[in-house]
Design a binder for this molecule. Structure first.
Ligand code: SF4
Ligand code: SF4
Length: 255
């Protein structure tokens, strides 16, 4: 299909779980690559040495500020991409990378990991540790519609992306912990018992009891993954009101 957007996968320091999640779209990923996006960069996916100009940079992982090459790479990605997407908790909030000193990372000289938003402006955050395959797919389709769609499609894509753009600018995601989830979601009756927070917690500090999350605060490492993954923590009613139109447009695009 003509007029595809160009997309790159920029891999900073992370566990590669977000890339696995992207690949878990299976035929959906092939559909996106066939019809909507040309992959122009990706260390494990495309034979390109230097970060090129692109429409969308999907950035996975956080940045070790002692690794000057990584710092330069993320700044280059910002310069070369129209839209920078922080894919997953490590890119957006530092997540488990900020707390793994003495743990299992493979470059012990790297001690100070920061979220990419500490170094560059980020446009969109896809929450999760790792984000769901569908969420990554949806953002790719919506980015295509935002850049290449009709006026109606652009408006709908902007609505879908708006809370994810707000999340990218909202520092609470990098300061959130289980208490934040309690105060802003559970205690005000917004929790629907989906269990995403428990599934996202890298230290298993959350368990689901009688359909509601319970946190072991002594285990919590303040990584923000639970808050960022919770579908009730950031999606606002402007998007929920358009739910059917949004699912229709995504389903139509993936046929
Ligand atoms: S409860 Fe778990 S996911 Fe939530 S901030 Fe604490 S460690 Fe992170
Ligand atoms: S992710 Fe949010 S809505 Fe789902 S169980 Fe946890 S607090 Fe409730």
């Amino acid at each position: 299909m003509a007029n595809k957007i160009t997309v790159g996968h920029v891999h900073m320091s992370g566990c590669t779980g977000c890339l696995v999640s992207l690949a878990d779209n299976y035929l959906g990923l092939i559909k996106i690559l066939d019809d909507y996006a040309d992959l122009v960069y990706g260390l494990t996916l495309a034979d390109v040495r230097h970060i090129p100009e692109m429409d969308v940079a999907l950035v996975e992982g956080s940045v070790c500020i002692q690794d000057h090459e990584s710092v330069e790479d993320i700044k280059t990605a910002r310069k070369k991409a129209k839209i920078v997407v922080a894919v997953g908790g490590c890119a957006a909030s530092g997540n488990i990378n900020r707390f793994d000193r003495g743990g299992q990372h493979n470059q012990p000289q790297h001690e100070s990991y920061v979220p990419i938003s500490d170094l560059i402006d980020v446009d969109v955050f896809i929450p999760g540790c790792a984000p769901t395959p569908q969420m990554i797919r949806n953002v790719c389709v919506m980015a295509y519609l935002l850049l290449r769609g009709s006026d109606d499609q652009k408006a709908l894509a902007a609505k879908y992306l708006k809370p994810l753009m707000a999340l990218a600018k909202n520092p609470i995601a990098s300061k959130a912990n289980f208490n934040t989830l309690m105060q802003e979601v559970i205690n005000v009756g917004l929790c629907m018992g989906c269990g995403s927070c428990a599934g996202a917690c890298p230290v298993r500090a959350i368990s689901m009891e009688f359909g509601k999350p319970q946190g072991a605060r002594d285990l919590c490492i303040n990584c923000g993954a639970c808050y960022s993954q919770c579908p009730r923590s950031f999606f606002h009613f402007e998007v929920m009101d358009e739910y059917e139109a949004i699912t229709d447009i995504i389903n139509g695009a993936m046929k």
